[in-house]
Ligand binder design. Structure first.
Ligand code: AMP
Ligand code: ZN
Length: 141
């Protein structure tokens, strides 16, 4: 299944402006915003604006665009937050840990001694997410 937008998809709703997100940057094809249930400080996602469920469905041109955007985001997170490491990853299918079936790449800063979870348990305060998005955006090249 691949389509421009899916009425039941939470990320399509963010892209359509129907629900809020702490956006870090966007262009015609991709948007980067803070994960609402961060596994670490600064956890953010890069999402193509068109609805494609997973890596198997993603057109090659978007594979390139999303990953270029993920590198741009990771560089800004590193500059803004100075983590010890930074995980760039994505999940395909429930068995692999995917919970939102609109392709996305996680950019997840890591600090030494963290528990290495890839999903957070608690929803972050929207004002804190907005402040984090602004902090990362200020470090974009
Ligand atoms: P995945 O398991 O790779 O499908 O991850 C989906 C991610 O989306 C999780 O890390 C969630 O915390 C995150 N998420 C779910 N709903 C929202 C939302 N409304 N805004 C931002 N992030 C979200
Ligand atoms: Zn979608």
């Amino acid at each position: 299944m691949s389509e421009q937008s899916n009425a039941d998809c939470i990320f399509c709703k963010i892209i359509a402006g129907e629900i809020p997100a702490a956006v870090i940057f966007e262009d015609d094809d991709v948007v980067a915003f803070c994960d609402a249930f961060p596994a670490e400080q600064g956890h953010a996602l890069v999402v193509p604006k068109a609805h494609h469920p997973d890596v198997f469905a993603l057109p090659e041109a978007l594979v390139a665009k999303v990953n270029i955007a993920a590198q741009r985001l990771a560089l800004a997170q590193r500059k803004a937050l100075q983590p010890d490491g930074l995980l760039v990853t994505q999940f395909n299918g429930e068995a692999a840990g995917q919970t939102v079936f609109h392709y996305h790449v996680h950019c997840l800063p890591r600090w030494a001694g963290s528990d290495r979870a890839t999903h957070g348990r608690a929803q972050a305060n929207p004002d804190d997410l907005k402040a984090m998005a602004e902090r990362i955006a200020a470090a974009l090249d």
